[in-house]
Design a binder for this molecule. Structure first.
Ligand code: G3D
Ligand code: MG
Length: 185
């Protein structure tokens, strides 16, 4: 049998509408930034193969969850089985970070407690209207493992964001998967 196990890592991408969730995922998947904005229809799922530091190959499943009001009631269905989360704020709209504290944090606690979270401060290429202290404070409240400033437009840190969450999820997966650990008894 082959040594190369195909791990599937389910990562959800959440945050207020228009923070750049779809753009970020698309930039990562295809390297292409699409200017024309269309509200996501519910949820899109993308798959990309990644080579992990361990040398193993994993399939990363990215769930781009629409933040729009009309989809909000259904979103928890897509949270199921999530192993990691990218939570996006838009640096040009401070309110999008307030909403993470007020809304998205609760959501994570309720539907997928214990999943590793990275706070993504997106639109770094535009005029930043959100103080760094605010971003850091929201990161702390979220207990985010890391805060990463990105631009889905220029691609700045996009690869790094997905790489970081993939490695963390993979590491945790090893730790928590009893089959990959020696028996305690
Ligand atoms: P969403 O999926 O979170 O709802 P989208 O957000 O990815 O649809 O992006 C919303 C708008 O922000 C789009 O602009 C998109 O082009 C823009 N955008 C997303 N990320 C970035 C970024 O990093 N930098 C810049 N400059 N723009 C970004 P429009 O104008 O089409 O509504
Ligand atoms: Mg979208």
């Amino acid at each position: 049998m082959s040594d190369s196990v195909n791990f599937v890592l389910k990562i959800i991408v959440i945050g207020e509408p228009a923070t750049g969730k779809t753009s970020l995922v698309k930039k990562y998947i295809s390297g292409h930034f699409s200017q024309d904005y269309r509200a996501s229809i519910g949820t899109n799922m993308y798959i990309k193969k990644v080579r992990l530091d361990s040398g193993e190959e994993a399939k990363i499943q990215l769930w781009d969850i629409a933040g729009q009001e009309k989809w909000i009631k259904m979103r928890h269905i897509y949270y199921r089985g999530a192993q990691g989360a990218l939570v996006l704020g838009d640096l040009t709209r401070e309110k999008s970070f307030d909403q993470i504290e007020l809304f998205w944090r609760e959501d994570l606690l309720k539907f997928c407690p214990d999943v590793p979270v990275i706070l993504i401060a997106n639109k770094n290429d535009l005029k930043v209207e959100t103080p760094k202290e605010k971003v850091e404070a929201v990161g702390k409240k979220l207990e985010a493992i890391s805060v990463i400033y990105t631009s889905a437009k220029t691609g700045d840190n996009v690869e790094q964001a997905f790489k970081t969450i993939s490695e963390i999820v993979y590491e945790r997966r090893i730790k928590f998967n009893p089959e990959s650990q020696p028996s305690q008894s």
